[in-house]
Design a protein around this ligand. Structure first.
Ligand code: AMP
Ligand code: GLY
Length: 429
């Protein structure tokens, strides 16, 4: 098969790494890719939202499968576009329809979907700009803290947890009336605050059947001890000790099955990944959000634990034969530590040469914000630069391998969190 993979992050390098291991892979193209994908695939300078150029490329290069990494092209309707362009309409796309992608593109849509399908989630109400007064009155009746969510995509910044009523009221007004998050906050979901431990659950589906991939926990804040600003993600561990058989059974029965059945029943075309962000509240799972793609950096840990042919799974998702696919998961631990440019998630300097030292084979390197300068040197070009996934028979060994790997890499002002996995380590004692 010839495959076109869209995206340029660590998630896509991990996809490319796994796809290229498959005996079924002939040529793998990555658009636009990064310096890491360039070593195992052919990078193509296509814009991931230029659907017409992507369709031309797919036709010209006889691509057999399109795999979409990030949410943006999905929310903009890439699957529907390809499905209705006669040049490429027969080529399977791994990634949901535009309507399916609305599960991530609109918080209000996803809350209503959950309600219709009896998926446990926090209590909520949605308000638009002309309902500010009703929204303020609703806030008066809620307990604190309270969560305000911009309805649309806001680059991961649209969720505010407010500790006081004054703060909540001021933020609601700024979001609805002063367009704090632009169009994204023209509607706001006001939601009950859930207390517990978060977990990321990943599901592959062809719209009828599903496979549950390894779960993971990610570390969103920039600072150690989960302090400071939110980032795209600073690390991940898989498996997660509290996601035991009985908890995951609840997740499957109460969340995964009703979600996949709901998509089918409501005729929402969905061949792709569902990333369920959930809260374990006293042993019961509640959905915080759906994403319509894999997580980054969770993917760099999750895929490292998949033993069966990943490309074959993607193909089965795209053509609707997932029921026949046998997923095999390794009992090994995988832990990912992300190295970022100093200053991220604020402003940071780019273009520093990166030195890669010797690593052992249980520390896998994934690139994200990297490229090569005119001398061919590897340089940082983004906030999140590299991710190192350590493998091991237990959490300690996996973390040891990840941090050894990190220690072999350097560039000016590089930063990483030294406490990835430490909270989970404590749960073992
Ligand atoms: P989201 O952008 O929906 O992933 O939300 C960002 C983060 O806000 C989540 O990862 C949670 O840590 C937190 N969060 C969102 N909704 C809630 C909630 N209802 N209760 C508690 N924390 C929440
Ligand atoms: N790591 C969280 C995300 O990919 O959204």
């Amino acid at each position: 098969m010839n495959i076109l993979l869209l995206g340029s992050g660590g998630r896509e390098h991990a996809f490319a790494w796994k796809i290229s291991q498959s005996p079924a892979c002939d040529t793998l193209f990555v658009a636009p890719g990064n310096a890491g994908t360039a070593e195992i695939a052919e990078n193509v300078s296509l814009k991931i939202t230029d659907f017409d150029s992507i369709a031309s490329f797919v036709k010209e290069k006889q691509v057999d499968l399109i795999v979409v990494g990030p949410e943006e092209p999905l929310v903009k309707g890439i699957s529907d576009f390809m499905g209705s362009d006669p040049r490429v309409s027969h080529i399977p796309v791994v990634g949901p329809s535009q309507l399916g992608a609305t599960l991530e593109g609109s918080k209000d849509f996803s809350k209503r979907f959950m309600q219709r399908n009896n998926v446990p989630t926090a209590a909520y109400e949605t308000f638009s700009a002309d309902q500010l007064e009703e929204g303020l009155a609703y806030l008066e009746k809620q307990s604190l803290p309270i969560v305000l969510k911009a309805d649309g995509l806001a680059a991961g910044k649209g969720v505010l947890i407010c500790e006081t009523l004054t703060d909540a009221k001021a933020n609601l007004k700024e979001m609805l009336v002063d367009a704090k998050f632009g169009d994204a906050s023209s509607k706001v979901v006001i939601e009950e605050f859930l207390t517990g431990i978060e977990l990321s659950v990943f599901v592959a589906t062809d719209g009828k059947d599903y496979k549950v991939l390894p779960e993971a926990k990610d570390y969103k804040r920039i600072g150690e001890g989960d302090t400071g600003l939110n980032t795209g993600g600073m690390g991940a561990v898989s498996p997660v000790i509290f996601a035991d058989e009985s908890f995951m059974k609840k997740v499957e029965e109460r969340i995964i099955k009703p979600t996949v059945d709901g998509l089918a029943k409501e005729e929402i075309p969905y061949k792709g990944f569902i990333f369920i962000g959930l809260m374990n509240k006293d042993g019961d799972p509640y959905v915080i959000e759906y994403n319509v793609r894999m997580g980054d950096p969770e993917t760099q840990a999750v895929l490292a634990r998949i033993d069966s042919d990943f490309l074959k799974m993607l193909e089965a998702m795209g053509i609707g034969t997932l029921a026949d696919y046998e997923l095999s998961i390794s009992p090994e631990f995988a832990t990912t530590v992300v190295m970022v440019s100093g200053g991220y998630p604020g402003s940071y300097d780019k273009g520093f040469p990166i030195t890669l030292g010797e690593r052992n084979e249980n520390a896998i390197l994934f690139h994200a914000g990297t490229s090569r300068n005119s001398d061919g040197d590897l340089i940082n070009t983004g906030g999140r630069v590299l991710a190192i996934t350590g493998l091991g028979k237990d959490l300690n060994e996996a973390l040891g391998n990840a941090f050894d790997g990190v220690g072999s890499i350097s560039w000016e002002k590089a930063y990483y969190r030294k406490d990835i996995g430490k909270d989970i380590q404590k749960l073992y004692n």
